[in-house]
Design a binder for this molecule. Structure first.
Ligand SMILES: Nc1ncnc2c1ncn2[C@@H]1O[C@H](COP(=O)(O)OP(=O)(O)OP(=O)(O)O)[C@@H](O)[C@H]1O
Length: 251
């Protein structure tokens, strides 16, 4: 984690009609941090991600990416500035193999972000980087398998890998282990940790085991307000958080 701010939310509010769903959220997410947003059902976590990724417009307040205002830009513009949202498995080219999907993301990054390198970056370098990623994703034995034939957990891993390969600096991850067995979830947590060392990660996650395993810091969203942002240890000990989670397992 560096001291630099990657993503900043300043008094962000979102109303749907008269309903105040996000009610003045301030967040300061540091570069290379893994920051997990937790909160009860309906707290506004998805809405917050939709605001950050540009799918929804803010009612008021501002969102900055590396100091540049991105609130109310369309999603593809926010994406070009280095923020990617990893959506379940829909970002993959289903008919393409694992290798082809990763190469495609790497070439996309080379074309869009580093035009200067386009001619210099040899096919060999792209292949080598794709192979390296496959090892980190534990998919090296599946290189020639089309994405559609992978297991769900493998698809999820590939999708996260492709997001990293596409050059994203800040990655929003929606419930990366949803629908997985304990064993699969552990594997995905491990690969997230390995593969995102140079990225800033913002996750929404319900599984508190995964949350405490992965988070550098945690923000707790309750009824559209952040009631605490702190280290996992401090969040565990926080009385207001325990109250919001009464009946669920924070310990
Ligand atoms: N487009 C919309 N129009 C009106 N209300 C909405 C809209 N989207 C979300 N809401 C409302 O905003 C509130 C927060 O929803 P949101 O999906 O952001 O919560 P969440 O924390 O992600 O919940 P969960 O953990 O169950 O996924 C809910 O009461 C929901 O009904």
């Amino acid at each position: 984690m560096t001291g630099r701010t990657a993503l900043k939310l300043k008094d962000v509010q979102k109303n749907f009609g008269r309903a105040e769903i996000i009610r003045g959220v301030d967040l300061d997410i540091r570069e290379n941090e893994r920051h997990v947003v937790i909160g009860p059902n309906g707290a506004g976590k998805s809405t917050l991600f939709n605001l950050i990724s540009g799918r929804l417009r803010v009612t008021s307040g501002a969102i900055e990416l590396f100091g540049e205002t991105v609130s109310n830009l369309p999603p593809h513009r926010v994406n070009r500035k280095g923020l990617s949202r990893s959506f379940q498995v829909t970002n993959l080219f289903q008919n393409m193999t694992v290798m082809q999907n990763l190469r495609c993301s790497l070439l996309w990054a080379a074309g869009h972000k580093y035009a200067f390198w386009k001619n210099v970056l040899s096919q060999r370098a792209v292949t080598e980087r794709a192979e390296e990623l496959m090892v980190q994703l534990n998919l090296q034995h599946r290189a020639d398998v089309p994405a559609s034939l992978l297991t769900y957990a493998e698809q999820r891993a590939l999708e996260i890998g492709a997001t990293v390969a596409s050059g994203a600096k800040v990655i929003l991850l929606d419930e990366p282990t949803a629908g997985m067995s304990r064993h699969e979830a552990d594997a995905v947590v491990n690969l997230i940790r390995k593969i995102t060392t140079d990225c800033t990660l913002v996750l929404v996650e319900h599984d508190l085991g995964v949350v405490f395993e992965l988070a550098d810091r945690i923000s707790v969203l309750v009824y559209g307000e952040v009631i605490a942002t702190d280290t996992p240890e401090a969040i565990r000990a926080n009385a207001a958080v325990q109250e919001a989670y009464l009946g669920t397992e924070v310990h």
